[in-house]
Design a binder for this molecule. Structure first.
Ligand code: PDD
Length: 298
């Protein structure tokens, strides 16, 4: 797979995209990131992703000197470089912006690292297997507890992904597509890489940010447009039983949009098939995403 990366102002091939071992992103996990995707070559909801990137960085006292216009220009130059690479074909892209504290002495003092590292990794977006939408997926309710908001807040889209990696490892051991975590109070929080929704009596429900979750951009977009197409949505604390007895459930994530959940470990959700409201939301999501991309490109 062809990938390129923008590294501190230079666009390089995958092999040449290197960072110092003295970077505090590597040494201490001090950094933040965003994952964005394109529709028809246009970065989707870029303004919201950049806003969240700034919020995450602010929570680590990491200064972001790059403006939104500069980020956008750097993303577009990186896309052009990838499209010019031998063997590249035009597609939709996965864009990962990574900001770290940068290189400095081995101390936690932010002043020791005056120049943050900026990386943009770009590669073709791996196509989603159609069966995940047609048949739905099984997720695992894992024993790993989502980070307490008083430790590394899940609101920070942090490069320090041990909590997520451990939840995902447990899910993979159980053959599940995703690992759903509870928070420290035992309420449902979110999955290792996605937010969770349930549908009951035609209404959408998803845990509030106070459950200790990432403020997912896809989650936010769904809550906004669902209302507009007559599906009421609420943020509400959810427990295991709410999920087990839901009519439908689904995951939301930038790279895969809306994925129906039909089982949680050995419990079947609804009738074991992707539900009609989940389907309606997915169709509407894709329609709106393409429409927004088209409007930006003309
Ligand atoms: N994951 N919750 C967590 C813990 C996540 O890592 C993600 C995104 C989400 C969904 O957020 P959004 O809708 O903004 O993609 C929720 C990304 C894609 C990743 O880390 O690869």
């Amino acid at each position: 797979m062809v990938a390129v990366a923008y590294v501190n102002g230079r666009i390089c091939s995958q092999q040449d995209a290197l960072i110092s071992v003295f970077d505090h992103g590597f040494l201490f996990g001090e950094g933040v990131y965003e994952v964005i995707r394109t529709y028809d070559g246009e970065p989707f909801l870029l303004d919201r992703h950049l806003r969240r990137l700034r919020t995450s960085a602010g929570m680590l006292a990491l200064k972001v000197a790059t403006t939104d216009a500069e980020f956008e220009a750097n993303i577009r130059s990186t896309i052009s470089a990838l499209e010019a690479a031998p063997g590249a074909t035009r597609s939709d892209y996965y864009i990962r912006i990574v900001l770290t504290r940068g290189v400095g002495d081995m101390t936690y003092d932010p002043a020791a690292s005056p120049a943050p590292t900026t990386v943009i990794i770009l590669r073709p977006l791996a196509p989603s297997p159609p069966e995940i939408y047609e048949k739905g997926v099984t997720i695992a309710l894992v024993p790993i507890v989502r980070n307490h908001p008083g430790t590394v807040s899940p609101l920070i889209k942090s490069n320090n992904l041990l909590n997520n990696a451990m939840a995902m490892q447990e899910a993979m051991r159980r053959g599940a597509f995703e690992g759903l975590m509870r928070n420290y109070r035992g309420e449902l929080a979110e999955c290792a890489q996605s937010n969770i929704f349930i549908v009951r009596h035609g209404e959408l429900m998803t845990p509030p940010l106070t459950a200790g979750i990432l403020s997912g951009i896809t989650r936010e977009f769904i809550l906004e447009f669902a209302q507009a197409i007559g599906i009421p949505g609420h943020e509400t604390m959810l427990h295991d039983e709410d999920l087990f007895t839901a009519d439908e459930a689904f995951l939301s994530v930038t790279t895969r949009e809306i994925i129906p959940v039909v089982r949680v470990d050995d419990r079947v959700i609804g009738n074991g098939q992707p539900g009609p409201i989940t389907h309606m939301l997915l169709v509407e999501f894709r329609r709106r995403a393409r429409e927004l991309a088209h409007r930006r490109s003309v």
